[in-house]
Design a protein around this ligand. Structure first.
Ligand SMILES: [Zn+2]
Length: 98
């Protein structure tokens, strides 16, 4: 059977089964090796206020927040892109957009 992707869209290899995790956006149950995880710095302070405070010399804390998305949500948010048929065949790491 022809394969759409070399890795079948996952990084499972020849492992039998993997646990499922919930998508942080829509709540879908997705295999752990299929989810797209991104770590972003999150600050509870309003960005405009934070920049003002930093100018005055205050230290504004930022926390790394890791979120895992299903493929649908990752494409919707532009974390990964839809690739052309030829490009899909290559085992390409995630092209991350900032
Ligand atoms: Zn989702």
């Amino acid at each position: 059977m022809p394969k759409k992707r070399e890795s079948r869209g996952r990084r499972k290899g020849d492992k039998g089964s993997v646990t499922r995790v919930q998508c942080d956006n829509c709540g879908a149950m997705v295999p752990e090796d299929k989810v797209v995880c991104v770590t972003r710095m999150y600050s509870p302070v309003d960005p405009q206020l934070a920049s003002e405070l930093e100018k005055k010399g205050a230290i504004v804390m930022k926390y790394p927040v890791t979120k895992c998305y299903c493929i649908n949500c990752a494409i919707f948010y532009g974390i990964i892109k839809v690739r052309s048929e030829e490009e899909r065949k290559r085992a390409n790491p995630l092209q991350k957009l900032t």
